[in-house]
Ligand binder design. Sequence first.
Ligand SMILES: [Zn+2]
Length: 69
Amino acid sequence: MRAALFAREPLCTECSKHGRVTLATERDHIKPLAEGGADDDSNIQGLCHSCHESKSHAEALRGRHRARR
Ligand SMILES: [Zn+2]
């Protein structure tokens, strides 16, 4: 599953939006499970470490369902 994702989308989705080309290293739920997101491929994207960190942080502030790291 993890390998399949990175084969299909090897780049960080968030960086791509900003015109940056960064290799994705983290598998992310586009809509967090804590906020009702589905746990399937349609809700999965690849992010680089720093984008994943900032997204997770924003989600923690929003919901407090997730532990902060
Ligand atoms: Zn990124």
